[in-house]
Design a protein around this ligand. Structure first.
Ligand code: PMP
Length: 430
């Protein structure tokens, strides 16, 4: 395939941006090829500068649950843009948005809008510390909560791909209050609480881990987080930046029946525009300025364009529960199709899925945490990725990411994808 235009753009980009990108995984480093430059999206399809068409399973890393350029979303952005793009003042859109989220997710009684998932988790941690008067925070190995200093330790996503889970530039003083323990390991968590119990402000977790590939939670693990937080007076921060409105309209917490103290959001609630949010019990949220002593602010927070795109997306999801049924059915078709290909090809592969979040690992071990995810053969993944790209299928350019099915993916798209996977498996290097 000819990528001349993308290659020329990437040469120039590398002189202007670190790695030629504005977020590391876009550089395709773990794949070992230059990335195609994307210029357009429509439904389940994206198009690059060289004229190639792809079925897209990245979907902007999760926000585009309705697909690219969904007409009603585009229209709401256009209408709002004509009325003004930002005021730095209160708007009706924010009231409507926060009301929609609180109605969808009962544990969230009050909410603050911000501009990214990173801002949401960073602010949630500050709030938990301010509210409890404690400093320590527990996070799990391989869970990614954005790039705020205190949470950029044993993180997944790009940090995992590059094998540098701890970033330079993060001072040990800042991470010294972050305790890291294994995902899905209730017993290890017990030990941490035994040791530090009353110093722990919060446990932050991905209710479905999506940043070390996809790793479903074990119920006893979620229950233990809930139990220990209750016992020791620590706050349970459920990071639903990826899972919120994705695995269920009420998020993973509705799916698994857990009731966190604070929840963070991003991605889908912005309908493809930059957004984040954190919310929870009123008693806790009243600690946020100007009601309370925990300071947090933002010039573009509650941005009208993001609110308009997000509101339209959430309304469509709320009024059409069939979307979630269809996402489940189609993602199930994809999962069983992949498993069929695996059996035929005889390659060791573990397929993990929760709703429309899916991932396949090139390993014969059940992937349930970071260590087991690392058993995957990443060279094989890179090879597989390239075969799929050639067949017009755009997957996450890293083993340790989730791929997303959207409402725009048709049965035919899924069928075509399974056939492509089958062919790709037959050509994989050892
Ligand atoms: N939390 C989770 C669970 C995420 O998946 C991400 C991003 N993938 C973030 C936080 C950070 O969000 P953002 O990239 O918008 O800062």
């Amino acid at each position: 395939m000819n990528y001349d235009k993308s290659k020329a753009l990437f040469q120039k980009a590398k002189q202007l941006m670190p790695g030629g990108v504005n977020s590391p995984v876009r550089a395709f480093r773990s794949i070992g090829m230059d990335p195609p430059f994307i210029c357009r999206g429509n439904g389940a399809r994206i198009y690059d500068e060289d004229g190639h068409e792809y079925i897209d399973y990245v979907c902007s890393w999760g926000p585009l649950i309705l697909g690219h350029a969904y007409p009603a979303v585009v229209e709401s952005i256009q209408q709002q843009a004509a009325l003004g793009t930002s005021f730095g003042a209160v708007t009706r859109l924010e009231v409507d948005m926060t009301e929609m989220i609180t109605q969808a997710v009962p544990s969230v009684e009050m909410i603050r809008m911000v501009n990214s998932g990173t801002e949401a988790t960073m602010s949630a941690i500050r709030l938990a510390r301010g509210y409890t008067g404690r400093d320590k925070v527990i996070k799990f190995v391989g869970c990614y909560h954005g790039h705020a200093d205190a949470l950029l330790i044993k993180a997944g996503s790009g940090a995992m791909t590059f094998g540098v889970p701890d970033s330079e530039g993060v001072s040990p003083a800042i991470t010294s209050d972050t305790i890291v323990t294994a995902y899905n390991d209730a017993e290890a968590l017990d030990h941490v609480f035994e040791q530090w119990g009353r110093d722990i402000a919060a446990v932050i977790f991905e209710p479905v881990a999506g940043n070390m590939g996809t790793v479903p939670p074990q119920m006893d693990f979620l229950r233990e987080i809930e139990y220990l937080c209750g016992k020791y007076g620590s706050l349970m921060i459920c990071d639903e930046v990826m899972t919120g409105f994705r695995v269920h309209y009420g998020g993973a917490q509705r799916l698994y029946g857990i009731k966190p103290d604070i929840t963070t959001f991003g991605k889908i609630i912005g309908g493809g525009l930059p957004v984040g949010a954190y919310g929870g019990k009123k008693e806790i949220m009243r600690y946020v300025a100007p009601d309370g002593p925990v300071y947090q602010a933002g010039t573009l927070s509650g941005n009208p364009l993001a609110m308009a795109a997000g509101l339209t997306t959430l309304k469509i999801l709320r009024d059409n529960p069939v979307i979630y049924q269809e996402l489940e059915r189609r993602s199930g078709l994809l999962e069983s199709g992949i498993k069929r290909c695996v059996r035929l090809a005889g390659i060791p592969i573990c397929v993990n899925r929760v709703g429309s979040m899916i991932c396949l690992f090139f390993t014969d071990i059940d992937v349930k945490d970071y260590d087991t995810a690392l058993t995957s053969n990443t060279r094989r993944y890179a090879d597989y990725f390239k075969h799929m790209l050639e067949k017009g299928i755009y997957l996450p350019p890293s083993q340790f990411e989730t791929f997303f099915v959207s409402a725009a993916h048709s049965d035919e798209d899924i069928q075509y994808t399974i056939e492509a996977i089958s062919k790709a498996f037959n050509h994989l290097a050892d």
